[in-house]
Ligand binder design. Structure first.
Ligand SMILES: [Ca+2]
Ligand SMILES: [Ca+2]
Length: 358
């Protein structure tokens, strides 16, 4: 029951704030620097940072010779290649989305006090506040029984920021908790959701492709001659559908090598190769933490405290690959040891709670 309420409130919150959010996200900062990605389908901040650190080569944005190589239809030209021998992927660089807090509260909650508390932590914060009548026929249909809620959305900064700046400035879970406690003291908080917005990047294996249209015999021969003259250890693949030619290397070329070859081909035979990429998979996966209506110790995130939660904690410690907690479950589970992460002691505390020893 509680879960349904939580989710429906969240859904409505998303719907209502959608207009605001999309208008805010327009107009990326022109000086944006490289943004994160994740490489292997994992989804944590640590992976993003590792990806950046391991980024073997960044295509200079100012290099226009092969602009088509990496710009293609990506709306942000700041893309980079990630490469280790035998493993080439394009990392899309993007601007950061601000993490935010979505509050639902009684209509008469003191918004000015909320503003002051937020500005103390985040001087550049953007705070919007609005009243919604959830009883209005246009929301649920049918009879109008007024049910006024106050919505407050808090972002740490306006618009989007380059990754490195945003990483510093985004709302942290710790500060979201602080704000929750301060705001809840004013009473009237009904739900308090902290939302993290990691971005998944579009990644793909890399090949060089020269787009024609080439008729197989003519240009293929010319390219064959070229790779033999240049001792390039690769073979060509003629794609009948696209009338294009792929260069497939036998060497473990780094991403940078691929880029250099593309540059050379362009210079020598005036054909612009494209490094292939996939558009798919670039999306923001929101992680939401309910900081108000969660159940302390509810590790399996089913809105009940039971022995299965202690078991879930122990399983997640013993066999994390098979028993992963949801982000909310992790949040709920870390109840002992002053946010020291999930340990056996958290499982013990759950058991003690169930025995009413705590
Ligand atoms: Ca549970
Ligand atoms: Ca703990």
């Amino acid at each position: 029951m509680k879960k349904t309420k939580r989710l429906s409130a969240f859904l409505l919150a998303s719907l209502i704030s959608a207009g605001t959010v999309s208008s805010l996200s327009a107009g990326a900062n022109a000086d944006s620097f490289y943004y994160y990605t994740h490489i292997d389908g994992k989804d944590s901040r640590k992976d993003f940072e590792e990806a950046l650190e391991n980024c073997a080569f960044k295509i200079p944005v100012e290099n226009e010779i092969l602009g088509g190589c990496y710009v293609l239809n990506i709306d942000n030209p700041k893309a980079a290649l990630y490469g280790t021998p035998g493993y080439y992927k394009i990392i899309r660089m993007d601007d950061a989305i601000s993490d935010d807090i979505q509050i639902w509260a009684d209509p008469d909650i003191d918004v000015e006090k909320i503003r002051q508390s937020v500005y103390e932590l985040y001087p550049d914060a953007e705070i919007s506040s609005y009243l919604i009548d959830f009883g209005a026929p246009e929301v649920f249909g049918g009879e109008h029984i007024p049910d006024i809620w106050r919505g407050v959305t808090i972002k740490a900064f306006k618009d989007k920021l380059p990754y490195h700046e945003a990483k510093e400035k985004n709302i942290t879970l710790e500060n979201a908790e602080k704000l929750h406690d301060i705001i809840a003291q004013n009473g009237g908080v009904r739900s308090f959701l902290f939302r993290e917005n990691p971005i998944k990047a579009s990644v793909t294996y890399t090949t060089l492709t020269c787009y024609g249209p080439f008729e197989e015999n003519e240009t293929y021969d010319e390219f064959e001659k070229y790779i033999s003259e240049n001792n390039m250890n690769c073979h060509l693949y003629y794609n009948n559908y696209f009338k294009s030619i792929d260069f497939l290397s036998y060497d473990n070329l780094s991403a940078e090598d691929y880029y250099k070859i593309a540059e050379k081909i362009y210079r020598d035979i005036n054909t612009k190769p494209y490094i292939s990429w996939s558009k798919s998979g670039n999306q923001s996966d929101e992680i939401t933490f309910d900081l108000h209506n969660y159940i302390s110790g509810d590790a399996n995130d089913d809105d009940q405290l039971a022995l299965s939660d202690a078991v879930a904690i122990l399983q997640s410690i013993g066999n994390p690959d098979d028993y992963e907690l949801t982000p909310q479950g992790e949040y709920n589970a870390d109840i002992t040891g002053d946010k020291d992460g999930i340990t056996n002691l958290d499982a013990l505390t759950v058991q003690r709670k169930l025995l009413k020893l705590e």
